[in-house]
Design a protein around this ligand. Structure first.
Ligand code: PLP
Length: 371
């Protein structure tokens, strides 16, 4: 077969004139670090999420790491998190000096299974770190109940879930702390790496703000061990413009997802993305289907000019570094292992056209129905 002339990416970066102007204005008129846009972005993001405080950081990983430190997670503590996520959700627990304990996922929504969390909590557990995978919120009521029973903190990894809702509340605003990533593939970005911590706890917000700024009490007086993890002013300026677009972008993502659902639902050998239950309003950071013939389908789509992705090919405990450090073996997280062997992300972004979705679905059907 000849090379396709079609070219549909998995996701797109958006940078328009308004963002360019905001970036230029910040660079020309503000301090590069801790300029006015940083604090305005924090205020606006907190308001959007419905939290009292927001502290910006240089990445989602740093947001999670600093959140754990600000909640007092340290050596000797355990943090229960999902076996199936981007590796950073577990790495941050190690960064804080604590031990990640993995709970398998629920086959209904691919988020961490609350029954599994309950089984994994020990006397050393200090916090739970659920991940709203693919932009679909976790069952936060069940997770909150465990935390309340066992006096645990909850850190929401909302790095893929900007604007998603659970029971009418925004993901990130439900636990003790919520953390976001603005990495360019996310539903909103800052034109580079960036992150945000949100919380209603003023002490946690103050400590997090201090830790991300070298542990400063004053300019050259440091009373905690901190990091240089600030968000640059130019990125905050771009983030402010993107935040204003987020709801519209998420609305479009949901439309694209519904069209995929409608066009793919009758294909044998194909499972559609988890929907979650009636309490959740997802934002489709990714649209993830499952098929036994995953890599053959990836190649077929590529030949037809369609890029797809695999999020993620391995559960976190089976990542080489975790196997090497902790000796995890196949078979310990059966649901995560099954999903990771079959998952395939189709293109999704706000301006993906209806014609492109129809073309993609046609190619998926052609492949799977040809046996
Ligand atoms: C679920 C999850 N957690 C954490 C992160 C880390 O965010 P960052 O890449 O901004 O460090 C990401 C994104 O990359 C993610 O998808």
């Amino acid at each position: 077969m000849g090379k396709s002339t079609v070219s549909i990416p998995l996701g797109v970066q958006v940078f328009d004139e308004e963002m360019e102007q905001a970036a230029l204005n910040a660079l020309r008129n503000e301090r590069f670090v801790f300029g006015e846009d940083v604090f305005k972005f924090e205020e606006e993001f907190a308001r959007y999420i419905g939290s009292k405080f927001a502290v910006s950081t240089s990445s989602g990983t740093n947001a999670l790491h600093i959140a754990l430190l600000a909640l007092g997670v340290s050596g000797g503590c355990e943090v229960v998190t999902s076996a199936y996520s981007f590796v950073a959700s577990a790495n941050v627990v190690l960064h804080a000096g604590a031990s990640p304990v993995f709970a398998d996922i629920d086959s209904e929504d691919f988020n961490v299974d609350s029954a599994e969390i309950r089984r994994k909590v020990t006397k050393r557990t200090r916090a739970l770190l659920p991940v709203h995978l693919y932009g679909c919120p976790c069952k936060m009521k069940e997770i909150g109940d465990i935390a309340a029973d066992r006096s645990l903190k909850v850190v929401e990894d909302a790095c893929q879930a900007h604007g998603a809702e659970y029971d009418g509340r925004k993901a990130g605003a439900i636990g003790d702390v919520g953390c976001f990533s603005f990495y360019p593939s996310k539903n909103m970005t800052v034109g580079g790496d960036g992150g945000m911590i949100v919380t209603n706890d003023e002490d946690v917000a103050k400590l997090a703000a201090k830790i991300r700024n070298c542990g400063r009490k004053s300019q050259y007086e440091h009373d905690v061990v901190g990091y240089t993890s600030r968000l640059n002013t130019v990125n905050a300026a771009i983030g402010r413009v993107q935040l204003r677009r987020l709801d519209e972008w998420n609305r479009r993502r949901r439309e694209v997802a519904s069209l995929y659902d409608a066009l793919l639902s009758d294909i044998d050998g194909l499972d559609l993305p988890p929907m979650g239950d009636s309490r959740v309003k997802p934002v489709y950071h990714l649209y993830v289907i499952r098929t036994e013939r995953r890599y053959a389908l990836v190649n077929w789509l590529q030949k037809n000019g369609i890029l797809s992705g695999v999020h993620y090919p391995l559960p976190v405990p089976l990542q080489p570094v975790y196997k090497q450090l902790f000796g995890y073996k196949s078979g310990e997280y059966p649901v995560s292992e099954r999903v990771s062997s079959m998952c395939l992300s189709l293109p999704i972004y706000p301006n993906l056209s209806e014609d492109d979705v129809k073309y993609i679905c046609g190619k998926v059907r052609e492949f799977l129905e040809s046996g």
